[in-house]
Design a protein around this ligand. Structure first.
Ligand SMILES: [Zn+2]
Length: 106
């Protein structure tokens, strides 16, 4: 696969998978640009999984009060575990290195 990053225009050699509000989950490993998920040749099943994973990001945060909801640790941990698996699946599918950047740092 040879894809160019929309921002740094370099061939994408590594990707970062990271959840964030209002962003697609894949980021350029070189310039950290947020990349359009739909530009990647991923199978539909994986695309669906990534989309729901991305939509679930931050479900442990109450946006109205800007605070964590009860049980946030478990929700964020589960989300991180799914992210680890998804990063592996994207790496396999695209044949490049994908580094997962978890929400919880420990
Ligand atoms: Zn880039």
């Amino acid at each position: 696969m040879s894809m160019l990053c929309e921002l740094c225009k370099k061939p994408i050699q590594t990707l970062i998978l990271e959840g964030d509000f209002g962003a697609d989950p894949l980021w350029c490993g070189q310039c950290l640009a947020n990349l359009e998920l739909e530009n990647f040749p991923l199978n539909e099943h994986l695309l669906t999984e990534l989309t729901s994973w991305m939509c679930n990001f931050g479900e442990w945060i109450n946006l109205e009060t800007d605070s964590f909801i009860e049980g946030m640790e478990q929700l964020a941990k589960k989300h991180d575990e799914q992210g680890t698996i998804l990063a592996q699946q994207v790496a396999t599918e695209l044949g490049i290195k994908v580094t997962f950047s978890p929400y919880l740092l420990d």
